[in-house]
Design a protein around this ligand. Sequence first.
Ligand code: G3I
Length: 325
Amino acid sequence: IDTDVFLKDKAANNFFVGAAVSTNRLSGKYNELLTTEFNSITAESEMKMRTIFLGPGNYNWTAPDALVNYATENNLNIHGHALVWHVEVPDWMTTFTGTDEEFEQIIEDYIKAVVTRYAGKITSWDVVNEAINDGGGIRNSIFLEKMGSDYIAKCFQWAREADPDALLFYNDYNTPEDLTKQNDVYAMIDELQSNNIPIDGIGLQMHISIDNPTRQQIQVDVDKAIERNLIVHFSELDIRVNPDGRQIVNSLTEERDFAQRLKYKEVVDLYNSIPDSFKYAITVWGIRDPESWIIDQYNRPDWPLLFDDSFDRKSAHIGFLEGLE
Ligand code: G3I
């Protein structure tokens, strides 16, 4: 396999190869690697409510503007993440004392303000993120409590009204492995579609490990999306080498490094075999291993990404390229 090729070029124009980025990292070697290997970005934090939504009708555009300007200057696609999510709800919102109708109005105003501002620059949005519980059932949140169970439909409608050209995604995690969650995600989407609510795609986050999920489990999930005519985004891909159930390793052993290469190859090969009209992007959730959220989240060492702390390509990068063959 020719390894002297960049990820975005190997994927050619069938789909974007993206990375989650933070504005505080966009310089020097990081900038060089990002703009040569990738052609799409997702903001790891800059486009979340806590960053932008300072109060009713009060928005702070500094961080998202910086990222959008950077991406535009560097000809990078931008995937917007995330308009409505139960995490990163700003503190002022949790103590909101207005009526439910007033709450709904400020959410509508927020979604329309953000999507309108970046119309033509941000091509796709995670409109609602992680609305279904692990194990199934609609997740309780301030949005469900104050806007009712059709809050998801309302958010998609408002986003579409604000930018008819943006691709609107629902985004969630663990649906290949958690079949009750998977079932309820697609039941929710079926209801949206039966009510003619605009939804263009699904983001499968793909925070996975070298052991789980299996290729077959991912395929079942992808097939359900395609059956519903949904574009598929592998939206937050990272592959842990210290999965539950295995002996924890304190360095990236050769055996785990190779297993990770095979898993990246498997996942990318599966995505590459999706019919082109249902492809959008594979986005890895970070560039260098030490930057990964996984390490703090699981409170143990891990090396889940494509590049090491010296910005060098890992075997995982070869696996990604092999999957694109
Ligand atoms: O910016 C503040 C800083 O001012 C403060 O000093 C510091 C210490 O409290 O916190 C900083 O905010 C942190 C933020 O990342 C920016 O770095 C938050 O604490 C921290 O919780 C936040 O973590 C992010 C997390 O989402 C929550 O937004 C992770 O970086 C990010 O990788 C993670 O990504 C999520 C996706 O959005 C949705 N899918 C799951 C995925 C992993 O949780």
